[in-house]
Each structure stands twice: as structure tokens, then as C-alpha cells.
Design a protein around this ligand. Structure first.
Ligand code: CTP
Length: 400
């Protein structure tokens, strides 16, 4: 990791996790960053400012004895200097202040004034983290573009178990690096991603579906958004959290998806189809709830669904890049390569869903990227990391 010359302002608020921030500072310094620490008065009760002064090799700003006039001078300088503004640990109190714009000490004043990206690493008791007030404040901050890392779950300092532990220093530093090194290489492009499972109705209360969580598609949409693309997410049934800053179109069945894609795909530069589409639908769905007939089997006839990726492939316009997914259990590469051709795709992401750590409902994936030029086998990695590699390859295809 190289953060040479990057200027990081690190705010430390009053929580027991403050001691872990010493490691954050030392890791950032090792990576070449310039670090400026601001501590709230409460934070200084957990760790002495001298620790951070020594590790950062810069004076630590605290407001223990400082008057508001002093903040007005100092905070502007730090707010403007930051390439990224980090608060770790972030208490429920600082999140509430940030959400409402309260500026009553050096840290809250400086973070309010900054135009730099802000990353917070919350740390608090589970009850405080899940309290409606904190949930709403967090939601407000996310909508404004504040980045969050953690909190993790586990045993907390107060003895409770649950979400509220500050993320590990290594994870916080990785999140800082991700923000600083984020490429905007997709700026000006329109990217559409499909995600999640389709539902095929039997009757008003029942449907056929599959195990897709939508996590891979969401990771792709988030990565495209972060890299500057105007991003649309066409989503079926999902369990993943809906990302901000992305246009969302909800669909239920394969028929809905086809209709949506016919309307949307011709204006897109890149179309990535990660949705798990049902190959069959119920031929005659019932308009009313199907009643049980005791002792008789229920026979349902399934009709073949249209292949949406194939339909998008036949409509492909010049300069457009089409990417599909192939979830396979056997002969992975052969089956995926057949789909690449049949659906007129530029790239297909093949997964062997029988491998642990790959496929549905996991946070990781194991993929092979197949193009007309060959196959690139990738190791197990987080879906977000894979999403960035897929977007890197798409950029290479578009530039070739
Ligand atoms: N797909 C689609 N429409 C369908 C089925 C699949 O658009 N009716 C898309 C998926 O979004 C994915 C790709 O085609 O990008 C491959 O999906 P997959 O389910 O692996 O393959 P199928 O073509 O359905 O073939 P099979 O189920 O026989 O493996």
C-alpha cells in the first residue's frame, strides 16, 4: 500500500477503541501518509495525546483548554488540508452531531467544514448502534456520501455481544486507501447492472425463485458508481442492502426484466447481467390462491422463459460492452464459453457454485473471466474486489 504524500486528518472520539487508533496512525505513517490527529476532550481520557503526537510526528489538536475563537482559525486549515477525513473510533455522539450539523468542538467544527471524503469507523455498545436515533443518523450520513467501515460484531468492552466493535486497524487503513486510490475511469459512461433472483408466480401468494442474494450485482453497481459511472441497477428479489447513489428499477419476473431491458439497454455503454433469471415460468398462474386438494398431487406446467441476455445480445449496438454470468456445477468453462457466444457477450464471468466461497449468498466469489481471447482464472476474493477486476477488464476491452 502506498499513501505517499496523502494528507489524512484523523479524528478520535471518546471510546475504549481509541487505543486501536494508535495502530491506525502507525500503519498510515508506514504507508507514507501525513497524519494530523484531532482528539475530543473525552478521547484524551482514554489515550494521552502524546501517544498520537509521537506516532504522527505532528502536534495533536485537542480542545481541552481551547476557546471557540481558536477553533475558527485552526479548523479551517485542517478541513482544507485533508485528502480524506477519518473518524475512528466514532461514537454515537459524533454521528449525531455530524447528522445534524452541530459544531461545538474542534472535531465537529472541522468535519463540518471539510470538503474531503469522510470515513467513519463507529464503535459503541450494540444497544446504541441499533437505537433508532443512531440508525437514522447513520442513514442520513450515508445518503450524504459519508463512508462507513464497520462496526464489527463480537464481544464488546462492556461485556455485551453484538455489533459495535470498531473495525480492525488494518481494515480501516484499507478503507482509507480504497477511498484515496479510487479511480474515476468510468466517468461519462452509463452502466446498467442486473441483480438478484426473478420470481415466477404460481398464485398471488406463491412463487418459484432461486438462491441469488444479489450481492455480486450490488457490488458491481457500487463499484461502477464509485468509479464515476452513471449507474442503473435493475433488481429482482435480493437480500443485500440497496446501495445509495444508484438509479434502481425493481422487477419481479423474467418477463418484467425483459420488458425493462428492451427499454433501457439501448442507451447503456456497459450492460452487466448478474441476475439469476428463472429459465421457466408457471404456464397458467392462478389469479386466486390455489386451494389444497387433499390426496391429489398438484401438477404445474412450466413454460420456457425468454433468454434475456440473448435478446440484449441481438440488440447490441456499436461500442456497447455486454457481460454475463454463468453459474455452473460441472464443465464450468465449456458451458460458460458456449453462453459467451450464444448470448453475443464480450465477457462472461463463470462460477463453479459447488465450490465453498463461490456463488450464491456468500460475500466472496471464485470466478474465471472468459472473453474471446481466453480465460483468466481468479482466486477467491471479496465480491467487491472481484467487481473492480471485472470493471478493469471491461475498460480494457473498451480501450482495445
Ligand atoms: N440469463 C438471461 N435470461 C435467462 C437465463 C439467463 O438473461 N432466461 C442470463 C443470466 O443473467 C446470466 C446468463 O444469462 O448472465 C447465464 O445464466 P445461466 O442461468 O447461468 O444460464 P442459462 O443460459 O439459463 O443456461 P442453463 O440454465 O442451462 O445453464
Amino acid at each position: 500500500m502506498n499513501l505517499t504524500g496523502k494528507k489524512i486528518v484523523l479524528g478520535i472520539t471518546g471510546g475504549i477503541a481509541a487505543y486501536k487508533s494508535a495502530e491506525v496512525v502507525s500503519r498510515l505513517r508506514h504507508a507514507g501518509a501525513e497524519v494530523h490527529v484531532i482528539m475530543t476532550e473525552n478521547a484524551t481520557k482514554f489515550v494521552a495525546p502524546l501517544t498520537f503526537q509521537t506516532l504522527s510526528a505532528n502536534p495533536v489538536i485537542t480542545d481541552t483548554f481551547a476557546a471557540p475563537e481558536y477553533w475558527n482559525v485552526k479548523h479551517v486549515a485542517l478541513a482544507q488540508l485533508a485528502d480524506v477525513f477519518v473518524i475512528a473510533p466514532a461514537t454515537a455522539n459524533i454521528l449525531a452531531k455530524m447528522a445534524t450539523g452541530i459544531a461545538d468542538d474542534m472535531l465537529s467544527t472541522t468535519v463540518l467544514a471539510t470538503k474531503a471524503p469522510v470515513l467513519v469507523a463507529p464503535a459503541m455498545n450494540t444497544g446504541m448502534w441499533t437505537a433508532e436515533a443512531t440508525v437514522q443518523n447513520t442513514e442520513t450520513l450515508r445518503k450524504r456520501g459519508v463512508h462507513f467501515v464497520g462496526p464489527d460484531s463480537g464481544i464488546l468492552a462492556c461485556g455485551d455481544k453484538g455489533a459495535g466493535r470498531m473495525s480492525e486497524p488494518e481494515t480501516i487503513v484499507e478503507a482509507i486507501s480504497d477511498i484515496l486510490n479510487r479511480k474515476k475511469d468510468l466517468a461519462g459512461l452509463k452502466v446498467l447492472v442486473t441483480a438478484g433472483a426473478t420470481r415466477e408466480r404460481l398464485d398471488p401468494v406463491r412463487f418459484l425463485t432461486n438462491d441469488s442474494s444479489g450481492k455480486m450485482g450490488f457490488a458491481l453497481a457500487e463499484a461502477a458508481r464509485d468509479r464515476g459511472a452513471e449507474t442503473t441497477l435493475v433488481k429482482g428479489s435480493t437480500t443485500a442492502k440497496i446501495p445509495d447513489g444508484i438509479r434502481i428499477i425493481e422487477i419481479e419476473s423474467a418477463a418484467d426484466l425483459l420488458r425493462t431491458m428492451k427499454k433501457e439497454c439501448c442507451t447503456q455503454d456497459v450492460v452487466i447481467q448478474a441476475a439469476a433469471v428463472a429459465d421457466y415460468r408457471v404456464e397458467n398462474p392462478s389469479a386466486t390462491k390455489i386451494k389444497k386438494k387433499k390426496g391429489e398431487p398438484l401438477v404445474i406446467t412450466l413454460a420456457e422463459n425468454p433468454d434475456i441476455a440473448q435478446a440484449v445480445g441481438t440488440m447490441k449496438k456499436n461500442g456497447q460492452t455486454l457481460v454475463g454470468f454463468a453459474a455452473e456445477t460441472d464443465h464450468v468453462l465449456e458451458h460458460a464459453a458456449e453462453k459467451l457466444t450464444a448470448k453475443n457477450l464480450d465477457m462472461i464471468v463463470a462460477n463453479d457454485v459447488t465450490k465453498p466461497g463461490a456463488g450464491f449468498n456468500t460475500d466472496t466469489n471464485i470466478a474465471t473471466l472468459i472473453t474471446g481471447n481466453g480465460a483468466e482464472e481468479l482466486p477467491i476474493m471479496r465480491k467487491r474486489q472481484l467487481a473492480d477486476i471485472i470493471l478493469d477488464r471491461i475498460t480494457e476491452i473498451r480501450n482495445s
